[in-house]
Every structure is written in C-alpha cells, then in structure tokens.
Write a protein that binds this ligand. Structure first.
Ligand code: SF4
Length: 383
C-alpha cells in the first residue's frame, strides 16, 4: 500500500515500479487506509485517489497512540494555498483545510487521557487554521483554547510562517505557561531576489524583524529556521546573503535542505539550475552554521535550571534524555522512574554539540509551579 505526495502526483509511475500488486491511497483518502487493507477484492483506484484539488474537508484520521512516546502529534490543518514556486504540496495535498474544533478537542482529550505530556500541533500551514470553517476560530484562538483546557499538556507548534507570527501569538506564548517558548519559522532564503522568485511573501528585513521581535519578547525561546540551499539562479552573493543573515540573527538551529527540482512546480522550469556539487557545498556550509548555532544556544544556558520532560533512557550513555521547554535535548543521570515526568535540570556542560545537566528536583509536579520562577530563568511567567 502506497500513499504520500509522490504517489498522489504520479500514481502510474508508482504502479510501474512495483513488482507486486499495490494499492495507492491518495492524500485526501487516508481515512480509507484500513478499509482498503482489509478489502478482499481489487481496490477501486479512482475512488482511492480522489480529486485532491477539490477536497474541501480535511481527512479525519484519528491517531490514538504513538508507541513509547511522551509526545503526541496532532494535525489540525492540511493543504496549502501559497504556491511557493519550488513546492509540490499545493498540488498534492490540495487547498487549505482545517479540522473542526470539536474534533481537535476530542483528539487532544484522548492524548491527555492516555498520559501524553506534550502535544505538537502540526499542519502544512497552521497559520491558516480555521479560515475555511464557519466556526470563527483562528490558530490563535485554537491554541489558546487547547492551552487553557489542557494545562497538564506542554504544547508546541511544529512550524509557522513568518507572516503569521504576530502580537496575538506572542501574547499567547507569554500568557500561557504550557505554550513552550519555541517557534520554528521557515526562512528559505536570505536574499530578496531569490525570495521573490520563490514566491515567498516577505523580504529578508521583514523576516529579521520577526525574529528580533520574538527574541525581544521571549529571550530564551528556541528559534528554528528552514533554509534551502542552491535554488535556481542563487548566485554566490545571494548564498552569502542567506548565510550572513542567519549568522547574525538570534536563531538557535537550522533545518537545511538542498533545493530539489520537483516536476510540476514553477521553479522546475527556471533556468540556471545549479549543479549538485554547488548545492552540496552551500548546504554543507549552512549545516556547519547550524551546528555552531545549536552549540552556542546551549552554551548560553549553562548554569540555568530548565523544566525537562524526560523521554527515555539513552542506551548509549545510560543517561536520561529529555527536552527542555525551549527545546534543548539534555542528558542527565537519574532513575528510570522519572521517564514521562517533568523535572528540573541544571545545564552544566555542552560537549560535541550535546547538552548535559544534573537533576535539581524530581518532584516538580507535586509542587506549585510558582516555586520555580526564581530558578527557571525561562520566560518570567512562572512557566
Ligand atoms: S513551502 Fe510551505 S507555504 Fe510554500 S507552498 Fe509549500 S507548503 Fe505552502
């Protein structure tokens, strides 16, 4: 059984590649996965592929369990209307569609009941949440509602466009102690000409202003960026503009991808496609910067006490592993009974890009949060 963007775009090629009979499920019909898997006769390919571009509702595929995880993921939105010139998503996943509030609430309640401690709210373009529904909800009202109704869950956003990071979001992050101080904001390029050719809707200065504003509001927040290396026509100067912007901005980590030519997109028709080795060199340079950014961000927090959700015992080191509120993966000694609990950990060292700490208090959840304001040095809001 095959599903996903490639299968949606080119099912005939997928069928041709397969040595055994396969069933292809379109992105808009994933709710039919189980039914198709159990079906005895040959599946109806047309029915399963559907017309993704005409889909007006999100495919509701409730997930109730992420095996062995402390963190659950909830997709509240699918599809995208932005048509960035390099991206196949608007063609393969259709227009922006949102999960109704009642479904979101039901799913979050299921995760909370099962003991998940952290929820990552995901989507293709979560900032457009609610615009297709008659419920008068936006991403900001939805997040406020989840944070308020499920105070025991730590909440993160998987990613949000720079144009959608605004006063409402920052106010919410300050006000809600369970909204983690962590944002992932795609940049893609730090060069205005390339940004325009990508059909991104901001300039490098506007992006920089967003990052500085978040950093001023939430100084210890983790700020991640996506960046593409080697877009068609990216000159040495344009690549340098991207590198310099990211080097200078207070971002904590980068997700770097080489530009990949996707048939069916506008950018695939552009001239000046760059050779592989040029793309590789630019990606490598940006990934090196990513390592430096992470290490610096971790080093800046040495001596501070962080609330850490313990996820597992790392086999290699035998140490407990968890994430701080501001998304620092930290290793520290402790008993296995602490897994799935929130504890306080003092960051003590960074070695080869890995943060280490010592346990301060393992009984955090049995004490009022306010006791930790003085030592947390987080957002100054008791969270
Ligand atoms: S890159 Fe993101 S915002 Fe742009 S079209 Fe693709 S999914 Fe939409």
């Amino acid at each position: 059984m095959v599903t996903g963007c490639y299968a949606q775009m080119d099912p005939e090629t997928v069928l041709g590649l397969a040595e055994q009979p396969v069933t292809i499920i379109g992105n808009g019909n994933k709710h039919l996965l189980v039914q198709a898997a159990l079906a005895e006769g040959p599946p109806d390919l047309v029915m399963l592929m559907g017309q993704i571009r005409r889909k007006k509702e999100i495919c509701d595929l409730p997930v109730t369990r992420f095996r062995g995880r402390t963190r659950a993921y909830l997709r509240i939105q699918d599809g995208c209307d932005n048509f960035c010139s390099y991206c196949i998503v608007p063609y393969t996943r259709g227009r922006s569609r949102s999960l109704p509030l009642a479904s979101v609430h039901r799913q979050v309640a299921t995760f909370a009941d099962q003991g998940y401690r952290e929820l990552v709210v995901t989507g293709i373009n979560v900032g457009k949440y609610g615009l297709d529904l008659a419920e008068q909800q936006t991403i900001y009202t939805l997040l406020d509602r989840i944070c308020g109704d499920f105070p025991e869950l730590r909440l993160r956003l998987s990613s949000i466009e720079p144009t959608e990071v605004n006063e409402l979001l920052l106010e919410l992050m300050l006000r809600r102690p369970n909204f983690m101080p962590h944002l992932h904001i795609p940049l893609q390029s730090g060069d205005d000409e390339i940004l325009a050719r990508m059909n991104r809707r901001y300039t490098r200065d506007e992006f920089a202003a967003v990052i500085h504003r978040v950093h001023r509001t939430l100084p210890s927040a983790s700020l991640g960026c996506d960046v593409l290396g080697g877009f068609p026509g990216e000159s040495e100067q344009a690549a340098e503009n991207t590198y310099r912007l990211l080097a200078e901005l207070p971002v904590s980590y980068l997700h770097v991808f080489p530009y990949s030519r996707r048939p069916g997109t506008l950018a695939a028709t552009f001239g000046q496609q760059l050779p592989g080795p040029v793309k590789d060199a630019r990606v490598l340079r940006l990934r090196t910067l990513d390592g430096e950014k992470r290490a610096q961000f971790y080093r800046d927090q040495i001596g501070q006490v962080q609330r850490v959700l313990v996820e597992r015992r790392q086999a290699q080191s035998g140490l407990l592993q968890g994430f701080s509120e501001n998304y620092i993966p930290v290793l520290f000694p402790g008993t296995t009974a602490l897994v799935r609990r929130v504890v306080t950990v003092r960051l003590t060292a960074v070695d080869q890009g890995q943060a280490f700490g010592t346990l301060v208090d393992e009984l955090l959840e049995e004490k009022p949060r306010n006791e930790y304001v003085a030592v947390s040095n987080g957002k100054g809001k008791g969270g």
